[in-house]
Ligand binder design. Sequence first.
Ligand code: FES
Length: 147
Amino acid sequence: MTQVIQSLLTPILLMQINLRLLTIKAILISILGKLTMTTKSSNYYRVTIKPSMASFDCAENESILKGAAKCGLYLCSNCQRGECGTCKVKMKKGQVKLDRFMLSALSPSEIDANYTLACRSYPRDHVELVAQLVGHVEAKHYERQED
Ligand code: FES
């Protein structure tokens, strides 16, 4: 009887420990991300989204997802922490710095195929990407609405 209880409890205990480790990891990533953000200058790069051809200027220290939102453009997203993959977009041109993410959100083969996560991508050049925007979007340059 004791062995049966132990065999049932062990996986539950391991899951609890794993969840606590993931929580600690997420907190550390968040703290490191904020520290990194505060030490960078703000160069801006042009981001163009196909097929709508909407464009906006994104600071190098903000994610493409946040930069778009500051200009009134909204990409599909969920966790905004690189964990769910909802904000996955295909890069056509340019370079981004891809911050930490979960492999369940973006696989190595997807990276090889030039996909990235908008919530974890920081522009390092003018960027063109393919993504669906929420709502009706005109083909124009969108100015920042806040800073
Ligand atoms: S919104 Fe979840 S990975 Fe970007």
